[in-house]
Ligand binder design. Structure first.
Ligand code: MG
Length: 259
């Protein structure tokens, strides 16, 4: 079921969005050569506890999972594209890490992700990051009343395909509200003018992601982490966005993007 949020409910989602953005800001300050992925998990866990928020990930146990996720965020490093399970691994110079975080504050959820290079940047990694960020911006720009969901999807896919990447349609964005994953599914490519009509109060997570050399994933032995089948690197960005009367409102803007 597609749920549309009232102005009061949107206020709750804004609070959750700000918290998720603040956690990602703190994680971005923490990421560095020599930092363990479990340190990042501890940062998120502490901020959740301090805020009285609830993790969306710790008890997350979908049908494909062997056991609950057990950590507070996804850390996907290098050829890991999505759902990276934090483990005992120290970040090294030249790593590419995506941080995907969602939490519930007073019963409302927000979900956001960012990809960052660790230490010495690489040109091809920056191009991957720039492309998913441009795709995210293009998708968000279409999230306005009167448009269709296909306008969002096709805007994302067009940026990615024009940059020469193949687009995977297995995993994409999703409705966000009381829980992390709701309807509608937001594919990362599609046809303009098709699909759900966007109305004020619709809240979705838009999350383009790409792999350098393939669109095929393979699941890691940990039962969660999804890697590129060819070992090429991946980038993933995500914002929770509300469709409002006046256009898209990004609920998870980090500090450097807020005015
Ligand atoms: Mg997410």
């Amino acid at each position: 079921m597609i749920e549309l949020r009232t102005p009061t409910e949107l206020d709750g989602l804004r609070v959750a969005g700000r918290f998720v953005a603040d956690v990602l800001d703190e994680l971005l300050r923490t990421v560095d050569v020599g930092v363990n992925l479990l340190d990042l998990d501890r940062v998120a866990a502490q901020m959740i506890a301090d805020r009285g928020a609830v993790s969306c990930y710790v008890d997350y146990h979908p049908s494909f999972g062997n056991s609950p996720f057990g950590r507070n965020l996804c850390t996907s490093v290098n050829d890991a594209a999505l759902h990276g399970l934090p483990h005992d691994r120290v970040l090294a110079d030249g790593d590419l890490v995506s941080l995907d975080f969602a939490a519930s504050v007073d019963g409302w959820v927000a979900d956001s992700a960012v990809t960052v290079q660790v230490g010495t940047p690489r040109e091809e990694d920056q191009r991957l990051i720039d492309t998913v960020e441009r795709a995210l911006a293009a998708g968000i720009a279409q999230a306005r009343p009167g448009n269709k969901l296909g306008d969002v999807s096709s805007a994302i896919g067009a940026v990615e395909r024009r940059a020469g990447y193949d687009v995977n349609l297995q995993f994409g964005g999703h409705g966000v509200g009381r829980t992390m994953h709701g309807e509608p599914h937001v594919p990362n490519d599609g046809r303009p003018g098709r699909g759900l009509k966007l109305r004020p109060g619709l809240v979705v997570a838009i999350e383009p992601w790409l792999m350098q050399g393939t669109d095929e994933l393979v699941q890691d032995a940990d039962g969660w982490t999804l890697r590129s089948v060819d070992g090429s690197r991946a980038a993933h960005v995500e914002h929770t966005v509300a469709v409002t009367e006046t256009g898209p409102e990004v609920l998870t803007l980090r500090a450097d993007a807020r005015t």
